[in-house]
Design a binder for this molecule. Structure first.
Ligand code: URA
Length: 238
């Protein structure tokens, strides 16, 4: 790989910015100053320093966003703000995209990555990756609702969902429920509650696969996954 491309992919700057840095003598390759932008670099084997700081190459980025309402889960849209607008600039050169969708009014855990293979595995209908949601609902969930969710409910288009786990999580406020679904149909949770004559007033995703939303992450904040979190997410063979 060319040195200028390597540096640009590592987020050091745009292709023309890094070319300037190379010309200025700010870049060294395996201990010697390197003034040629087209010098060949092996990301695994070579040591590249910029202003004396080692540049670590990586191909993939994995970001956790605590999505606020008002943003759509897309990379581009004419008028509505997209979740990409919440991603700090330093990550944009990796070209991250959201893994699946949360509705515009849904909050919580959204993964953004440029790892197409992992995204594919997490979204594959064959994998049945569990997703956990906190829902505030209009009417308290009944034992019958819990039973109906546990065998699957019939949605407005006639589709019978897979079994889902519905749990009332607070005795003092029966309008809060946790729902775990193993598929990702359009507006799935909202439509499942509608199927039992109820309505979702607020929805937040708290978990995807075994990865939990960091409670300390403010709405609209983004951070990289830790190595352990990534391992939890990558375990898609269940
Ligand atoms: N189910 C919904 O209804 N909406 C979401 O955003 C996610 C799951």
């Amino acid at each position: 790989m060319r040195l200028d491309r390597f540096l640009a992919e590592c987020g050091v700057g745009t292709r023309s910015e890094v070319k300037k840095l190379i010309r200025k003598g700010a870049v060294s390759l395996n201990g010697s100053p390197q003034s040629k932008a087209d010098a060949v670099v092996s990301p695994e084997a070579d040591d590249v320093f910029v202003f004396g700081e080692k540049i670590v190459y990586r191909e993939f980025i994995y970001l956790m966003l605590n999505k606020p309402a008002g943003f759509i889960s897309a990379t581009r849209d004419g008028k509505t703000p997209t979740v990409l607008e919440l991603v700090p600039k330093e990550y944009l050169h990796f070209k991250p995209f959201p893994v699946g969708r949360l509705d515009i009014d849904t909050e919580g855990l959204l993964l953004l990555t440029n790892d197409g293979d992992l995204a594919h595995r997490l979204l594959s209908p064959k994998k049945h990756i569990p997703k956990t949601y906190l829902a505030e609902i209009e009417k308290a969930a009944t034992p019958q609702d819990i039973e109906d969710f546990s065998v699957g409910v019939v949605l407005d288009d006639g589709y019978k969902t897979m079994p889902a786990k519905l749990t009332s999580i607070r005795d003092d406020y029966p309008y809060l429920a946790e729902v775990v679904v193993n598929e990702g149909k359009f507006h799935q949770v909202k439509r499942m509650f509608e199927a039992v004559g109820n309505k979702v007033l607020y929805l937040k995703r708290t978990k995807m696969n075994d990865l939990e939303l960091d409670q300390k992450l403010e709405l609209g904040e983004v951070r990289e996954l830790t190595k352990d979190e990534l391992l939890l997410l990558q375990n898609t063979d269940r």
